[in-house]
Design a protein around this ligand. Structure first.
Ligand code: NAP
Length: 284
């Protein structure tokens, strides 16, 4: 039986450390504050927002919710992004995407200050992840994968990592973050040939394909650590991941459950980015 890498344990441990930091900041007159900018009311966004509100409260981060109507104009959206950018009381901004189709996503992202971009959506944040500099923050889910491995003391340095997925949200940033931790990283995608064979070579397999149950027993071997990033509502109405858990779990050494794995850590990483942004602002 594989060891279950439970996100709640990681979130709890991180929250304790973060809470101490927010207390310290507050003693010095700084209240870490996250602004959540949401257009419309997509169910995905609402679910993420609920998780973020709960976690920020536990950590001691204030949250300002800015909700714009589904048919908001580009002009009003940009005004709101600029207002949050210049507001010194706001240390970080989470802007939900995709935006409704009539809005210019590139312009909206470009208007956000990378120093306040908590989920790695600006070009500046992506450059920081690529270059390994401190100019921005990585996407929270990608950073959550690394936090999980570190919490469970799973060695990364020198290990063979295979990532399935090359999106800007997960696949690419998690690959770069693990490369920065000195892993040897292979990135796979929908045109990769011999995918199961490549997966079996991994010490750590990160599955972020967005395809329910695509990874099964054929792609794993004993001794591996599997991080399942996928989230889907299965045919039975229950949440499931990108792996066929019942097939993979008996074979590998450790695996994240879905739900209760990577996704559970994501909002804590968001809160940690806000605390870091507040600390940086306070140290100026
Ligand atoms: P995405 O933008 O759809 O990207 C999926 C990636 O997987 C693409 O690079 C695609 O390759 C690759 N892929 C798709 N089918 C494949 C196949 N059969 N074989 C190999 N590669 C394949 O998805 P995403 O935004 O990265 O999200 C991935 C998953 O994570 C989704 O299930 C999403 O719901 C979940 N998610 C979880 C969290 C969390 O907190 N846990 C947060 C965000 C997202 P190509 O580039 O060739 O198309």
């Amino acid at each position: 039986m594989a060891m279950l890498l439970k996100g709640a344990e990681v979130a709890k441990a991180l929250t304790e450390g973060l809470h101490a930091k927010t207390e310290e900041l507050k003693k010095n007159g700084v209240e870490p504050c996250l602004a959540i900018l949401r257009v419309g009311a997509r169910e995905d966004d609402l679910a993420y927002e609920r998780g973020a509100l709960k976690r920020c409260e536990k950590v001691g981060v204030a949250v300002r919710q800015v909700v714009l109507p589904e048919d908001v104009t580009q002009e009003v959206l940009m005004e709101n992004i600029h207002a949050l950018g210049v507001d010194e009381k706001v240390h970080g901004v989470l802007m939900f995407r995709p935006l409704p189709g009539h809005l210019d996503d590139e312009a909206a992202r470009a208007a956000l200050d990378p120093k306040k971009d908590m989920d790695g959506i600006t070009d500046g944040s992506m450059t920081a992840v690529y270059a390994g500099t401190k100019g921005g923050y990585p996407p929270c889910t990608a950073a959550a994968c690394v936090a999980l491995l570190k919490h469970y003391n799973i060695p990364i340095k020198g290990k063979r990592v295979v990532v399935i997925g090359r999106s800007l949200v997960i696949g690419k940033p998690v690959s770069l973050l693990l490369l920065a931790e000195h892993a040897t990283v292979t990135i796979c995608h929908s045109r990769s040939e011999n995918l199961p064979e490549i997966c079996r070579e991994a010490d750590i397999l990160v599955v972020a394909a967005g395809k329910a149950g695509m990874v099964g027993a054929e792609s794993v071997r004993a001794g591996q650590v599997v991080l399942d990033v996928g989230i889907h509502v299965g045919a039975d109405g229950n949440l499931c991941g990108d792996t066929r858990f019942a097939e993979v779990e008996p074979v590998v050494e450790a695996i994240t459950p879905v739900p209760g794995g990577v996704g559970t850590v994501t909002s804590t990483i968001l809160a940690s980015h806000v605390v870091e942004a507040a600390e940086r602002a306070a140290s100026k």
